[in-house]
Design a protein around this ligand. Structure first.
Ligand SMILES: Cc1ncc(COP(=O)(O)O)c(C=O)c1O
Length: 456
């Protein structure tokens, strides 16, 4: 299995050929899912006692299985938060795998961790967080949010009166589902400020004052959002920072999606206050063009994260020894063994420079503006709200929830586009509407026109 023989050499050539072909495609086929039984029928049993051979397995992957996946970098994939990793970043993802580096401790991963830290320095500089702010790369926004709220809760628990208390976290209804999910993981309560638009200081203060005395005592963090996933809305981060500092509460900003826009001059001012956060989540695998998976958590005071996360074990002692000194990423987030998932971002940044990132992010914002104009010009569509960051919510006049769903399936089925519906508060209820999220700078005005035309 570990031998280097002719089969292995041939497989290497096949894999590299496939990778070159895929990396250079600009308009990959928009695959669609099949049921598990359909896939099973097409590929048969693949894990057997003696193996089916690399050639056969790879053939099945190329001919059947990858076609039942959606390429997230397709220019008309505008659903969820798409991704568009740079070719340099994808190539370096291959290099990262080939290099077999353990990214937990400096002693083993020094050269790679050095590269990650170079990329991290740039991320920190985008936020404007002052020294000694720093962070680490995680498997994504969920893990980054979890790492941050564990740090916040552990700091809060340092106060002896909180030791046996269940923590309570305040966020808004616009916050990402991972905040509630991760609060569940740490068995904390969550209360939601009822604002789907930007949560601001007066709303937050009013909400807080309406909590019971015992709830107030249990509040250990407020999570503001730097770009809601649904609509690209940025909370009043400055106001939340004021609230948190006046009540001595941890301030976390979830900018998993919107964080890329910190690189954009045109909208950077909307994030004012992020520099005062205790922790920030940014997902390079969303709007900073890294391949999956790559999130990041940044801390105002990394020592607080280290106190919460550093693991101890007799076999780990050597990594903390004087002789092995250096930055140990595992000390600052939930994971021990870790891939150096910041390496593809570093290589791409080193290759292209930060100005290209600024340009590519501005493209997403520009595409959202163009879409807004086209939607308003089209007699059968209208904006639900002004585009925000790279998100656009719009309505096809006269359509029901079922119409949106059928339209999504139809466009996916024909391999034309993947644009999915969402919901937006309307009166006392929620209305189904359509949503674009632009990430890929290769998406064109024509793509948007064609998608809108398919609604007529
Ligand atoms: C604002 C926000 N936070 C957190 C997440 C979760 O990130 P991940 O899917 O990388 O775990 C997302 C994902 O879309 C998000 O948009």
């Amino acid at each position: 299995m570990h031998d280097i023989d002719i089969d292995m050499v041939e497989m290497t050539l096949d894999v590299v050929k496939y990778a070159i072909n895929r990396i250079t495609q600009t308009n990959p086929e928009l695959g669609k899912p099949k049921t598990e039984s359909e896939l099973r029928k097409l590929v048969g049993e693949t894990v057997t006692n003696s193996g089916i051979g690399g050639e056969k397995a790879f053939e099945l992957f190329r001919q059947v299985l990858v076609k039942a996946t959606v390429p997230i970098d397709h220019p008309r994939h505008l659903a969820f938060v798409p991704a568009a990793p740079t070719r340099a970043a994808i190539l370096f993802d291959l290099v990262t795998s080939a290099s077999s580096i353990h990214g937990a401790y400096w002693m083993e991963g020094a050269g790679g961790i050095f590269c990650e830290n170079e990329a991290m320095k740039w991320l920190v500089s985008l936020t404007g967080m002052p020294e000694p702010a720093f962070g680490v790369f995680t498997s994504g926004g969920t893990a980054a949010n979890l790492s941050a709220i564990v740090t916040a809760r552990e700091k809060w628990r340092k106060n002896p009166k909180n030791i046996n208390q269940k923590g309570l976290l305040i966020t808004s209804i616009g916050a990402h589902s991972s905040i509630k999910a991760m609060a569940k993981v740490i068995d904390a309560d969550v209360v939601l400020v009822p604002s789907e638009d930007a949560m601001n200081e007066p709303q937050l203060e009013h909400f807080y004052q309406n909590l019971t005395a015992s709830q107030k005592n249990r509040v250990f963090a407020v999570v503001g959002t730097g770009g809601t996933t649904n609509a690209g809305i940025i909370d009043d981060l400055e106001g939340i920072a004021n609230f948190c500092s006046s009540h001595s509460i941890w301030f976390h900003v979830d900018a998993a999606y919107g964080g890329g826009a910190l690189a954009s001059k045109s909208v950077r001012h909307l994030f004012k206050g992020i520099e005062r956060a205790d922790s920030v989540t940014i997902d390079p695998h969303k709007w900073l063009f890294s391949p999956y998976d790559c999130g990041a958590v940044l801390y105002k005071n990394p020592e607080e994260a280290k106190e919460a996360h550093a693991q101890e074990g007799s076999y780990l002692e050597i990594f903390k020894d004087e002789g092995a000194h250096g930055f140990n990423p595992s000390d600052y987030q939930i994971q021990l063994t870790r891939r150096l998932r910041g390496l593809p971002l570093w290589f791409s940044l080193a290759t292209h420079g930060t100005e290209k990132y600024e340009w590519a992010v501005e493209q997403g914002i520009k595409l959202a503006k163009i879409a807004g104009e086209l939607i308003e010009q089209n007699p059968v569509t209208e904006l639900v709200r002004e585009p925000s960051l790279s998100c656009v919510l719009y309505r096809r006049i006269g359509w029901s929830a079922e119409d949106y769903r059928n339209w999504t399936y139809r466009n996916h089925e024909t391999g034309f586009a993947l644009v999915t519906p969402t919901k937006w508060k309307s009166g006392d209820g929620y209305e189904t509407v359509s949503r674009f999220c632009f990430i890929n700078p290769d998406t064109t005005k024509n793509d948007i026109e064609e998608i809108l035309k398919s609604m007529e």
